[in-house]
Design a binder for this molecule. Structure first.
Ligand code: FAD
Length: 389
């Protein structure tokens, strides 16, 4: 293998380059991305960058030392066996890593809507988060909650409009999400649940009910879709993202996929997973690089992610769809440190969401991995260390 092309210069792309070199690959590497920026981290965009604490989140990686050719402002347009079509012409490859991430879904309407995916999005939005600005955030998911946190801290008047019955309902279900409802009022943020947006207008939002939400700034945080349109018509199988096996190999030989755009087969959970979170972009490239180089690695993690919202550290590990029931650990109305555990029918931990209980998530992730049975009575007692349940 003489030339590996990595498409998508985000975290998963950079980590793929690092992993290829770590696995001893000495051939040429081209890292190609359509943005104009050197690879940067996204989690701080909705936190430190929006809060004005930093302007740059460039990934700490020495691309020169890795001997990689970085081609920015170049987008992949199509793929044939051995040939990548780009906006700058064709590029031949022996091995290809697809790491094109995801793109925000936009709402209908003529009004201006901000999304938050790139550093440019974050800097543009930050300019508009000024004291007194009326900000309407659509979606009380991870991004919506973090944007609302930053906007409220900036002194804006914030309304969050959410179609579901609780915040985070799509991500972690209404039981867990429901316990975050009081955080909104606590931060002075208006939360409208069960409210579906029809259109974004020049002066705010029109809801399906006909009601209006007046706003100076509209932010859509209604999710993303994998950035895989450029692969349509190629031999790479696409479903909800690029379909890859447990080695992260696509249906086309010598082509692997990683990060937000990849839906891999999880042996552990017997399901196809696509996880749009930082830890996956960080870890999966090691397996993908190994697979490309013909080593027998398998990617089978217990997925993990975190979110910082309304002064709380929210962390999640596992795959809740594998569970039968939920159990509350701690009292959300008490000291504010609590967790929701998802248990299988035979009392094994499938997933855990923790709020300001970092030790629980670390131990919980290991317990999900180990697969041991737990005593639900002990698990419900926050004084009992999770690993001893
Ligand atoms: P990306 O980071 O999206 O990188 C893909 C790159 O590919 C992009 O630069 C894109 O421009 C480029 N590209 C796309 N199409 C093409 C093409 N056709 N040709 C060339 N280049 C292309 N996760 C957490 O776990 N915790 C958090 O707190 C958290 N906060 C987040 C906050 C924000 C605002 C955002 C946006 C994400 C956050 N995430 C968080 C998610 C995490 O950042 C992503 O999972 C991670 O960035 C995925 O990395 P990636 O490399 O797969 O994709």
């Amino acid at each position: 293998m003489d030339h590996v092309v990595v498409v998508g210069a985000g975290l998963a792309g950079v980590r793929s380059v690092e992993a290829l070199r770590a696995h001893g690959y000495q051939g040429r590497i081209t890292l190609m991305g359509e943005e104009r920026h050197r690879p940067y981290d996204r989690p701080p965009l909705s936190k430190a960058v929006l809060l004005g604490e930093t302007d740059s989140t460039v990934v700490d990686s020495d691309l020169d030392a890795l001997d990689v050719r970085l081609r920015l402002r170049t987008a992949a347009k199509g793929l044939r066996r051995g040939v990548l079509e780009t906006t700058e012409g064709e590029l031949e490859y022996d091995g290809l890593v697809i790491a094109t991430g995801a793109v925000p879904i936009r709402l209908r309407g003529e009004g201006r809507q901000h999304v938050l995916r790139t550093i440019d999005d974050a800097l543009e939005l930050r300019e508009r988060l000024v004291p007194g600005a009326r900000v309407a955030v659509v979606g009380a998911g991870w991004i919506g909650a973090e944007v609302a946190t930053a906007a409220a801290r900036a002194g804006c008047s914030v309304a969050v409009v959410e179609a579901g019955e609780t915040p985070l309902a799509a991500a972690v279900g209404a039981f867990a999400g429901g316990h975050t409802i009081p955080w909104y009022a606590g931060a002075g943020v208006e939360l409208r649940l069960g409210a579906k947006v029809a259109t974004v207008d020049p002066d705010g939002l029109t809801l399906m009910s006909g009601a209006r939400v007046t706003a100076d700034v509209v932010v859509s945080g209604v999710g993303v879709r994998p950035a895989v349109d450029w692969l349509k018509g190629s031999a790479v199988e696409i479903g909800d993202g690029v379909i890859v096996d447990e080695h992260l190999r696509t249906s086309l030989p010598n082509v692997v996929a990683v990060g937000d755009c990849a839906a891999w087969w999880s042996r552990r959970f017997g399901a196809r997973l696509r996880v749009e979170h930082w830890d996956t972009a960080l870890q999966a490239p090691d397996t993908a690089a190994a697979a490309l180089l013909g080593e027998p690695a398998v990617y089978d993690p217990v997925p993990y992610f975190w979110s910082e919202q309304f002064g709380h550290m929210v962390q999640f590990a596992g795959h809740r769809e594998a569970a039968e029931r939920t159990l509350l650990r701690g009292d959300p109305r008490g000291d504010g440190r609590w967790a929701v555990c998802w248990l299988t029918a035979d009392d094994r931990l499938a997933a855990i969401l923790t709020v300001d209980r970092p030790r629980d998530v670390v131990q919980g992730r290991r317990v999900v991995q180990g697969g041991q049975r737990l005593d639900p009575v002990r698990l419900a007692d926050p004084a009992v260390p999770l690993r001893d349940c």
